[in-house]
Design a protein around this ligand. Structure first.
Ligand SMILES: Cc1ncc(COP(=O)(O)O)c(C=O)c1O
Length: 594
């Protein structure tokens, strides 16, 4: 479905027609424009900058096919297929509300998503249960909560976070039961860093980084030894351990080795609960099944490799822990600030009864879109999934290496091969690089400026002497992974940008006519990457001209602290406008107020 058509469905469907007849608050919320619902019930960074119409992740809550997007290490704007699926799900909810069965509808849809995720990830027979959340970081809080119950009686908890320097910024607080932001996805104001009510005050963490102070990857042996020492000392001190294993990190690494994890679980079987951070979803399905068979919990998202809209998280709970949870009857009191009854599996009645009935429509619709992407990806024959990702891994680093201004990180990922294999994920899919000016890697701030300019039309910022071709490149919207700081080879703090392959590189280039036709389509993706690199070169040559970008960024961050209430504003506008223009109107209003 084209984005225009998708919008027509959203804005002109029966919901707007019967709106006036229905008093129900619930229904009125559901009939908000889909674009608005998709930004609700999540991280504060989902709020849109009314000038750029982009959220804190540089994404738009409606399809953005005009942008060249290789940002799946961070987040991606919703696709046309995802948007259409979410629009259908929204309409189903509205129909249920009209029939008076909305409460059941949320459970029905969540259960249907669980079935689909289990099917796509080949977990059907595993007894795995799924707890939904608004983000990978929220799911880390859920994981801690489940681990706490699984390890009950084994002593105070220690979270051992491996690859702590390459996970989400909220992981450390979340894995110790602390608020990771000043506002929860449910909109509750909280104190960042403070313990969430009901989580034990004596939970501590040990962070084991993947890199040394020079940004070099530490050897697998060293990381493994650190893990064994941290777990061993904790258990010897009478503590129970939640071992947060990385598979894979922001830059694509896996740590510690499988051998190390096995040694931990065989040496201290009762005192350790493993939680695998697979939020990037860059692991083979056989490996995923193996983790769950070993009773490891697994954190996933639909919004990174799978390119569902930002944000969506889930915790996969293995059969044994699920059995414990189905008998549990209490949860930490503060959990209600984060999660709702529908997020938790139907059979976990005791837990569900302690949580509020407060369905999170935005989260559900984002997951619907993500599952649509999963389906499209796994519908592609495995041989082409492998071929496309291998081709990406062959071409993209080569294109980066050809640019004098770009320096691919020498060692960007560590993932020891083992007997589990990685299927198509055996090949790297995230390519981080420094951006240099006269050979010097640029700071995180400069990278952030380039990152923002990439994602906008900055043709008007170029000097008068710029050529028509340069203006065309500068106008192109290019979305890459958020900048990450990293010491450069001279041990100065520098920034990196990342170009990543997500599921859509496969699903949108696959052609039923076969691999030859698909590869021709894939070549167009590389042309897009080439344009992104051209634009980076151009921006490096014109860094001074980007000062205005910072001006508009100040405006953006001011608004992020006080997020734009799209739902109410766009609902007001919905009666006046049809289609995506309501957002243009919003942008116009914001500019007028400047
Ligand atoms: C490896 C890893 N784990 C967890 C997270 C947190 O996920 P989310 O952004 O959905 O909260 C991230 C985010 O980038 C990540 O890269």
């Amino acid at each position: 479905m084209s984005s225009e058509l998708a919008h027509t469905v959203t804005m002109n469907s029966p919901k707007t027609m019967f709106l006036a007849d229905v008093a129900s608050q619930e229904l009125r919320g559901l009939t908000s424009p889909l674009e608005s619902l998709l930004t609700s019930g999540g991280d504060p960074r989902l709020g849109l900058d009314p000038v750029q119409l982009l959220n804190g992740y540089g994404c738009q809550p409606w399809p953005r096919p005009e942008a060249f997007t290789f940002a799946s290490s961070t987040a991606t704007s919703i696709s046309e297929r995802g948007f259409a699926a979410a629009a259908e799900a929204q309409q189903r909810l509205i129909d249920s509300a009209r029939e008076g069965s909305l409460g059941d509808a949320y459970d029905r849809d969540a259960e249907c998503l669980r079935e689909q995720i289990r099917a796509f990830l080949t977990l059907g027979a595993s007894g795995t249960q799924i707890v939904f959340s608004p983000s990978g970081t929220d799911s880390q809080i859920h994981a801690l909560c489940v681990a706490q119950m699984a390890l009950e009686g084994e002593g105070p908890l220690v979270s051992v976070i491996v690859g702590s320097d390459e996970t989400g910024s909220g992981t450390a607080p979340a894995m110790t039961g602390c608020h990771f932001s000043s506002r929860t996805a449910q909109g509750a104001a909280v104190v960042e860093g403070q313990r969430i009510a009901g989580f034990p005050g004596d939970t501590v963490r040990i962070q084991i980084p993947l890199r040394d102070q020079f940004g070099r990857l530490r050897s697998s042996d060293t990381v493994d030894q650190d893990v064994l020492a941290a777990v061993g000392q904790s258990v010897a001190a009478g503590k129970a351990v939640v071992l947060h294993v990385m598979d894979r990190s922001k830059f694509g690494s896996r740590c510690p080795t499988l051998g190390c994890v096995r040694r931990v679980t065989s040496t201290w079987p009762r005192s350790v609960q493993v939680v695998v951070d697979a939020c990037q979803m860059r692991l083979g399905r056989r490996r995923l099944r193996h983790y769950l068979d070993q009773e490891f919990m697994v954190l996933i998202t639909g919004s990174k490799f799978f390119t569902g809209p930002p944000l969506s998280g889930a915790l996969l709970v293995p059969a044994g822990a699920s059995a414990v949870m189905s008998r549990a009857s209490s949860v930490p009191a503060g959990l209600e600030l984060y999660t709702n009854r529908n997020d938790w599996p139907i059979h976990w009645q005791g837990i569900r009864s302690k949580l509020p009935v407060r369905p999170n429509t935005g989260q559900l619709l984002r997951w619907v879109a993500a599952v649509e992407e999963m389906g499209a990806y796994f519908a592609v024959p495995e041989s082409y999934r492998i071929l496309a990702l291998q081709e990406f891994a062959r071409m993209v680093p080569r294109m980066i290496a050809e640019r004098p201004n770009l320096q691919l990180l020498l060692e960007f990922e560590k993932a020891e091969a083992d007997e589990l294999g990685d299927e198509e994920m055996a090949t790297p899919t995230i390519f981080p690089f420094f951006v240099c000016d006269h050979g010097k890697p640029q700071s995180l701030e400069v990278c952030a400026r380039i990152y923002r300019a990439l994602n906008r039309d900055v043709s008007n910022l170029l000097p008068g002497r710029a050529t028509a071709r340069q203006r065309k490149v500068a106008a192109r919207l290019c979305h890459v992974g958020q900048p990450v700081s990293m010491p450069d080879p001279a041990n100065r703090d520098a920034g990196t940008l990342r170009i990543s392959a997500g599921a859509r590189v496969v699903s949108e280039t696959w052609r039923a006519a076969g691999e030859a036709a698909s590869c021709r389509k894939l070549a167009q993706e590389f042309e897009q990457v080439r344009t992104i690199l051209d634009k980076i070169d151009l921006l490096v040559q014109n860094l001074d001209a980007l000062a205005d970008i910072d001006e508009s960024t100040k405006r953006t961050s001011r608004r992020e602290a006080d997020p734009v209430r799209l739902s109410s504003r766009s609902a007001t506008l919905a009666g006046m406008e049809r289609g995506p223009n309501i957002f243009e109107k919003l942008r116009y209003e914001a500019l007028r107020q400047e």
